[in-house]
Design a protein around this ligand. Sequence first.
Ligand SMILES: NC(=O)c1ccc[n+]([C@@H]2O[C@H](COP(=O)([O-])OP(=O)(O)OC[C@H]3O[C@@H](n4cnc5c(N)ncnc54)[C@H](O)[C@@H]3O)[C@@H](O)[C@H]2O)c1
Ligand SMILES: [Zn+2]
Length: 667
Amino acid sequence: MSINIEQKITELREELRAHNYNYYVLDAATISDYDFDLKLKELEKLEQENPQFFDANSPTQRVGGEITKNFNTVTHKNRMYSLDNSYSKDDLLDWQKRIQKMIGDEPISYTCELKYDGASINLSYENGILISAVTRGDGFQGDEVTANIKTIKSIPLVLKEAFVPNFEIRGEIILPLDGFNKMNEERVEAGEDPYRNPRNTASGSLKLQDSAEVSKRPLDCLLYHVVANNNPNTSHFETLENARKLGFKVPKAIEVCDSIDAVFQFIEKWDLKRHDLPYETDGIVVKVNSLQQQEELGFTAKAPRWAIAYKFKAEQESTILKEITYQVGRTGAITPVANLDPVQLAGTTVKRASLHNADQIEKLDIRVGDTVFVEKGGEIIPKVVGVDFENRPQDSVSTVYATNCPDCNTALVRKEGDAKHYCPNEYGCPTQITARIQHFISRKAMNIDGLGTETIELLFENGLIHNYADLYELKFEQIIPLDRMAEKSAENMIAGILKSKEIPFEKVLFALGIRYVGETVAKKLAKHFKSIDNLMNATFEQLIAVDEIGDRIAESVIDFASNLINIQLVDRLKSYGVQLEVSEESLEGKTEILAGKIFVVSGVFTVFNRNDLKKSIEDNGGKVGSSISKKTTYVIAGDNMGPSKLAKAESLGIPIISELDYKEMIA
Ligand SMILES: NC(=O)c1ccc[n+]([C@@H]2O[C@H](COP(=O)([O-])OP(=O)(O)OC[C@H]3O[C@@H](n4cnc5c(N)ncnc54)[C@H](O)[C@@H]3O)[C@@H](O)[C@H]2O)c1
Ligand SMILES: [Zn+2]
């Protein structure tokens, strides 16, 4: 009997360690948090009942994160703990009884805060200056990511005054939903896989080696805890209020509750309201408000006794997986899709869910006929997160991933290091062909009025177009006999196509649909190479010499340029008069006077409007930075420049100039 229990404990520990690794190190969890927490609770219970198997290294005794060793490893001055979890009000009542017993008769009041879903960070200030930012790591040691953290604008680098000369403040690095969705739109546009959720994208961003790359991600930091000797405040609430006054972003949704009933009310209110927040939360954190009582309660091996998290259950439902189908995208990438028995989830009916890729299907052992768990997290598309193995039908067979394209039946390929399969039949696969033409006409590309995605399909099915160049050969007489085609619509279509010849080169370049050449990259390449001929003749070295163009993009451009089909298409576009070089007009008024200089613009201006000022900097070869850093050459200050920006520029010794100074500079 005891052998079995020991074995069970060992297995659970191993399994949980593997999940911790997936979650914290790979940022790619394979089970839901809820299931993880259930398993952890199961292990806790077994360990409690069988103390002879105690192990200080058990996942129940340790914070789950790890240090990556890609950064300086720093030992925390004050340990960073996790939080105990609860999913029910009964758990909360149990906690309240436990701590009340330890405190005695004295009444306890609580602060309730939201539980921000991101990655924890410890900021150390000495004499009012930010000196380091370290991740939680394993709680004892973390990664020093100060350079990355300094790119987050809401984190003050210099304080006007401080609580006490030296203190630490802890918070959560998050990626607001807006920014997350925008990043994903850009990735999808460039033919890349979207990021899975804001939490692991925030956490992954912190671990990037290049802080210039981090600065492009709209990260934010929400603060929730101060560690200070001789803290003049006596409660957690007051401490946070004061931290907010110092300029830290402490969310306003904090309340002091004098009873556990008031705590329940806070929970109920935010269980609904949290969906309106600009960032994700996964629960409520309840903390004992009095700092003195906190001290009395102390810590367990892993978490403070004076706090507990109440976690909202992710919106999850189970339903039957009827069929796995496969979709081909514009770049040939294959996406497996779960077709489900319709189920109600977070207020919508879900019929289809993402299965990500072959590895994920194999890892979760997802099979047709299974009862699967479907979850809706921060992502727009719901996803299958697991299988209810107890309900697996007897005759179930493992899933064999598609070997051929669902559309053109070509054998799929998978490149090393790529999670996705691709249909390599780029120029013969109908879905890829139409998707490429649809991309060509889209708003951010050639912006052709009078042509929609369905019309493209119609034209393709009727053999009138085989590629985007064919659009320019379309004749009124050819389109008019098509199904449901009115004379007026046909005219509009032809006019729209004609008008697209005026679209500037950078947009045409984006429209060509070269893999990894999204809107921004197209702009950079157009600006640098000035014509399609220069670009298509560029060598790998010339390509990667361009700011922010890496190996992957360079290879993709070379692939495109060395393909005869593309060369012919581009030649045809040229012959129709499509803009394949930067026009004279747009070259006009442009200089390289400011080459190599980085400007940050702040405040309200009178001579220029803000956008014109930015454009003028770029037209003269300079760059506009979004935040002040060591790399900034000048700050152009208008009226009412923010005090924190001013302090930052001063502390880094960056010259602050007026818009008139700037005008002289370019004169
Ligand atoms: N799915 C998986 O495979 C898997 C694996 C490991 C962990 N997990 C999940 O992670 C959880 C354990 O992780 P954990 O220890 O990192 O943290 P946690 O999320 O349970 O709680 C602790 C953390 O909450 C954060 N936090 C956010 N708002 C806060 C606030 N207002 N006050 C205080 N802290 C706040 C802090 O960063 C703190 O470190 C588990 O409950 C589990 O759900 C999942
Ligand atoms: Zn195909």
